[in-house]
Design a protein around this ligand. Structure first.
Ligand SMILES: Cc1ncc(COP(=O)(O)O)c(C=O)c1O
Length: 363
């Protein structure tokens, strides 16, 4: 078939998702595999959210409410914001895409860390904009270097904290300095997909900017701590004038009804949230100790995953773990051929991963 595809679309790298358990079982005949590759909630979904989804099903012959009035109000109250500061998305991916659709023109520059979450580059290139990559410094977003790359063409800067795939964070003062230095017309997007897991005191918070003044947009999600990745729901926190623009490009029914109801119920499930945080924090501490006991360099993490170095081709270790039914994330595509990322699982999954890794490494 002869297709006439614009060169900027052909330049888009394909998104590489974590390997699904079903695929591994199909390909290698491994049974009972575990997936610690996509930073999902090891407890499953909130039971209150599941019940809310069931109840919502009788109403799915109708379109969901555009804009998610009830959920937006509830979120705003929870976050201490106004509903005018919140835009819901079909995952926070959807907010990233809306930002690009609304604000980027061809040849505009978008500053992002190398490596970082792939969607930033994908949406920038889709809009015909030019990604400007700034290497991490000591595995952290280098906000000073990012400020140094701002030109008259810069429209957007993506900062991800806690950072995927390293688990590192930037500090509140660093974000403030960058936001203060930006010329008018540049949006600072602070991707906070993992913020609920942060234990450090000086982490930035996009809510500080929702009142306006500085053009900062926060991205958050129900996919991680709330356990709703499969329903696809996230949101953006932003000054009201930015939200007003995003609503112009938003698909009218971008968040489905079961997802809206599940998210509202999950917000009320304090017990589930508490159990998730306790499990993840204990899992982070256990895995950090276990990886270091295997003599592996393992970065401290503020998130629900760990980034560690195996000091040999990590793809081989990844494959050997697959043979043992353990799926982690190889990071050669992120520029780290000797590193792996593992998501925190349930205690027995974490132990199985450590045991398999020790065996593969011959320790
Ligand atoms: C840094 C980062 N941002 C955004 C997302 C997308 O999350 P969502 O499921 O809300 O689209 C992810 C998902 O893994 C992520 O790691």
């Amino acid at each position: 078939m002869k297709l006439d595809v614009p060169a900027h679309i052909l330049a888009i790298p394909a998104y590489v998702p974590g390997k699904p358990v079903e695929e591994l079982e199909r390909e290698r005949g491994v049974i009972g595999a575990i997936k610690l590759a996509s930073n999902e909630n090891p407890l499953g979904p909130s039971p209150l959210a599941v019940a809310a989804v069931r109840r919502s099903l009788d109403g799915v012959h109708r379109y969901p409410e555009s804009g998610g009035f009830e959920l937006t109000r509830k979120l705003a109250a929870r976050l201490g914001l106004s509903p005018a500061n919140i835009v819901l998305g079909n995952g926070s991916d959807d907010i990233i895409a809306m930002l690009a659709a609304a604000f980027l023109r061809p040849k505009d520059e978008v500053i992002l860390a190398r490596p970082s979450f792939q969607m930033y580059e994908i949406v920038a290139r889709t809009a015909g904009a030019v990604p400007v990559e700034v290497p991490l410094k000591d595995f952290r977003n280098d906000l000073e270097a990012m400020a140094g790359r701002v030109t008259s063409r810069t429209r957007m800067i993506f900062v991800n904290s806690p950072h995927n795939p390293t688990g590192s964070m930037v500090e509140r003062t660093e974000v403030e300095a960058l936001a203060a230095a930006l010329p008018p017309g540049v949006l600072l997007v602070l991707d906070e997909a993992y913020i609920e897991f942060v234990r450090a005191a000086d982490h930035p918070d996009s809510r500080d900017y929702a009142g306006g003044g500085r053009p900062v947009v926060g991205l958050r999600t129900f996919s991680k701590v709330y356990g709703l990745a499969g329903l696809r729901i996230g949101y953006g926190i932003m000054p009201a004038p930015v939200a007003e623009i995003l609503h112009r490009v938003r698909q009218p029914f971008n968040v489905n009804l079961p997802a809206q109801r599940a998210a509202a119920a999950a917000l009320d499930d304090a017990d589930f949230l508490e159990r998730t945080l306790a499990l993840v924090h204990a899992g982070v501490d256990y895995l950090t100790r276990a990886l270091r006991a295997l003599d592996l360099e393992c970065l401290s993490t503020q998130s629900n995953f760990l980034f560690f170095r195996v000091s040999r081709p990590a793809q081989e270790v990844f494959e050997a773990l697959l043979d043992r039914g353990v799926i982690v994330r190889p990071l050669a595509g992120y520029g780290y051929p000797e590193h792996l990322r593992v998501s925190v699982g349930r205690p027995e999954e974490n132990a199985r991963f450590v045991e398999a890794l020790a065996e593969v490494l011959g320790r």
